[in-house]
Design a protein around this ligand. Sequence first.
Ligand code: GLC
Ligand code: CA
Length: 548
Amino acid sequence: MGSAGAEGKMRSRTEEPEVRWWQRGAIYQIYPRSFADSNGDGIGDLRGVTDRLDYLKDGSPDSLGVEAIWLSPFYPSPMADFGYDISDYTGVDPVFGTLNDFDELLAEAHRREIRVVVDWVPNHTSDRHPWFLESREGVDSAKRDWYVWRDARPDGGPPNNWTSSFAAVGSAWTLDEDTGQYYLHSFTSQQPDLNWDNPEVEAAMHDTLRFWLDRGVDGFRMDVINRIAKDPELADNPSSPEPGEPREIHHDQDWPSIHERLRGIRAVLDEYDDRMMVGEVHVYDLGRLVEYIASGDQLHLVHNFVFMYLPWDAAAMRASVDEFEALSGGRAWPAWFLSNHDHSRVVSRFGGGKLGEARARVAAMLLYTLRGTPFIYQGEELGLPDAPIPPDAVVDVDGRDPERAPVPWEPPSRAGPAAGFSTGEPWLPLSPEAERLNAASQSGDSDSLLSLVRRLAWLRRGDQCLQRGEQRSLDAGPGVFAYLRELHGTRMLVLLNFSEQQCRPSTTALPESGLLQASTHRGRDGNPSQLSLSDLVLGPNEGLLLRV
Ligand code: GLC
Ligand code: CA
């Protein structure tokens, strides 16, 4: 964006470490197939994203005010895994548009001060990628070793017991009849794993990063990055955790070589100004997860799946947030998310219906007020539930269609059955609740979730304390997750009632009174604005943000 120089100057003037763009506000995930379709073929595309950028940020409080967008893959792909099977790392699939469309999207986003993060899928290519086509030609192919090929076991079975991440796929090995060897695939058989133990692969993949960095992207979301380091011996995975084993050992991922590999990747990003890498890391031990971000020369951010998988429980959330804070000891910057294109949506996962919708409001306040970067998946700001998918409409191998239903932009009664997403037949059915849950209707309703999310984003944007203040959890009684954010004497108090009962937060550690900044409850806002905390009653599923 060419603003790094200016930021550098500001830093020396204020003598405050500048909040980096990837810390300041939310990063909004766009799944391009389902965001907005510009040409009526029923599939979202890059021009569709460009057309909707004002919704994401137009400089006024009437937009989401996102700091950045993360675009799920739009590269040439046979779509066996809807773009996570890439056949060319340096192009755009015609269904999504052209490289020109991408450049225009990037320029238009930057004009609005929206950074652009693209998906990078380093663990595997498509089986149609020229590298794999060459690799499978024969055991003597110059690219044979770019993928993981092994002989069968003596009984003809696969080389080891590794299984695909997708339950429906089973073994992670497929026999190639022509050469009589098996190749490894951690996902579908159309996604062969690259062999990162081969330095040529590492160098070629670094070049794919430079291609997009040269075009001006601001960062990468790195797909299943923990899988680019595997046991070179390809030993069997333990079928169940060994008794007394200090850490869960997987031979097919998170091998100690991961840290050197991440340093190599980071060095490529550091050839450029102010870029960011966030990893999708399926490691469920927070201590190990923190090792991916704490050294300052690996990932900047990590997606924390321990947090994402928590039940709706104040004590569990508090414990997990506190554990992360304690482990990172100020060395690592957290990121928080509760949904993406692979997981059931917040409203559906946390109770569904009215209950799920009430909780989604609390979840929004949680994500925007915790110390760390919030990641928001498209449609979460509208409180979309998972869409029911009739059996004949199922397209995903791993049951993820419901959370990938297209975004409703306008009420179907006004815009037709595709709710402004497309003028054609959408590739997946929309939520039957699109008449109520669409962007236009919620824009005009100050009580909507969209309006709440906009308010939270706007508050955070104008508040250094929310952006980077210290954080301390407070005991406020059962069912309540309470924390204080603090910066140079400014304090913000967050009270989140996770229960369905009214409650009085216990006041021992709480200040006397506070100035209301936001509530998840309709009717509370600004009425009165100064609240005494000793007799405060939180409504069921109410979240409050106060300046104290
Ligand atoms: C990641 C992606 C998922 C994809 C898988 C394989 O988990 O988020 O959508 O199927 O990696 O690339
Ligand atoms: Ca289209």
